[in-house]
Write a protein that binds this ligand. Structure first.
Ligand code: MG
Ligand code: ZN
Length: 215
């Protein structure tokens, strides 16, 4: 028996973007996510954070600091009634400086290693699972793992040029992303599904003539 999962990126998706957060106070959760997350949790979905933490390979912080950060993340979410099932991180980067971590790997997103490891360890149904993240590397990792993927539009990503990087849906923010997945799962037609970043719309083509709305 396998369970569906929501794979959640951390920085920019659960928490406000921050340049290499290394201390608990650097991590500020977006508001109003807990009611959406608990909806999934109550229905047997696993909540799994998957995060690239190249700051470890770069020597910006160590594993103990990351543990403190993640304990804080768990505490903040638990206070709102959300229990994370797991947090998986990639500590690697090819241009790192820390021996053992300064290398290519199969777990740094857009590679799917973190999701595949979680699926094996937690018994997850990848085809029934979703990846939510704020960059196209998250989308690609989700697709490479066999999941559907929602991009949270922070205005940073160019129009994708490959199918692997094209999200199944784009959301205006993380709360919208969670409501969108829920709407797809339940067949609720009232949640906006056709949003696209304005920058992705073909130049010179009026938005109403494209198949999905822009901006
Ligand atoms: Mg991110
Ligand atoms: Zn890695």
């Amino acid at each position: 028996m396998t369970a569906p999962a929501l794979f959640l990126d951390r920085d920019g998706t659960l928490a406000w973007p921050y340049h290499y957060p290394s201390r608990p106070e650097h991590l500020r959760l977006y508001p109003d996510l807990a009611p959406e997350l608990t909806w999934f949790q109550a229905r047997g979905w696993r909540l799994v954070v998957v995060t690239n933490q190249s700051g470890l390979a770069r020597g910006y912080f160590d594993a103990a600091a990351l543990e403190r950060l993640h304990a804080h993340l768990r505490t903040m979410l638990a206070a709102a009634g959300v229990r994370l099932d797991a947090i998986y991180h990639c500590p690697h980067h090819p241009q790192g400086v820390v021996p053992g971590l300064a290398r290519a790997c199969d777990c740094r997103k857009p590679a799917p290693g973190l999701l595949l490891r979680a699926a094996g360890e937690l018994g997850l149904d990848l085809a029934a699972s979703w990846m939510i993240g704020d960059i196209l590397d998250d989308v690609e990792a989700g697709h490479r793992a066999g999941c559907r993927a929602v991009l949270v539009d922070l205005g940073t990503e160019p129009r994708p040029t490959t199918a692997l990087r094209w999200p199944d849906y784009v959301a205006r923010d993380t709360r919208h992303a969670l409501r969108l997945v829920r709407a797809v799962e339940t067949g609720d037609p009232t949640v906006e599904r056709d949003y696209l970043p304005a920058a992705w719309c073909p130049a010179g083509v009026p938005a109403q003539t494209t198949s999905r709305r822009c901006g």
